[in-house]
Design a protein. Sequence first.
Lengths: 114, 112
Amino acid sequence: NAGVIQTPRHKVTGKGQEATLWCEPISGHSAVFWYRQTIVQGLEFLTYFRNQAPIDDSGMPKERFSAQMPNQSHSTLKIQSTQPQDSAVYLCASSLVGNQNTLYFGAGTRLSVL
Amino acid sequence: GQGVEQPAKLMSVEGTFARVNCTYSTSGFNGLSWYQQREGQAPVFLSYVVLDGLKDSGHFSTFLSRSNGYSYLLLTELQIKDSASYLCAVRDRGTGGYKVVFGSGTRLLVSP
């Protein structure tokens, strides 16, 4: 079991460019969560999917952020027109649907917007 | 409103203990978990509680009081390697189901 896989590990974009972050959950895990972590804000909830369906995106900044889960083996987080304040570590986590109190995190993608 | 609060820092001494506090307010509580996060690494699950009382798991123990919206993680016989951030996470009712909301974490420093 390779765990949750996130790619790329690091991404540098210029202001106004688009960034797409990828997550491959643990096989058999049907709940997928996206978080953003900064020193100032800590670990912020963005959105989550259950059985590929979007359940709660209340943490997603409107307009520029979107997330999809086209199949059970991967999810993407897309940020359009990136801004310096989007710089953070983006963490993906997965869990069994019946055990969402135990999340397994990927190593994260560090996004730097110049 | 909804939220999970933790003190930012905590210091303790090797061989003693440390208690990491967490307070929360939720729309619909459905469990609380603790995670350890080392510098530059992802959070790692430690423990989960949903019923009131103390859950003793050896080096890590957890306490929960649902009526007070309060939990703590107790680390005993501290080692230097226990220096890390400890995150409290609450499963709370969201718009379409239960989402998991984290506190900002408590950075524990264990000194010799």
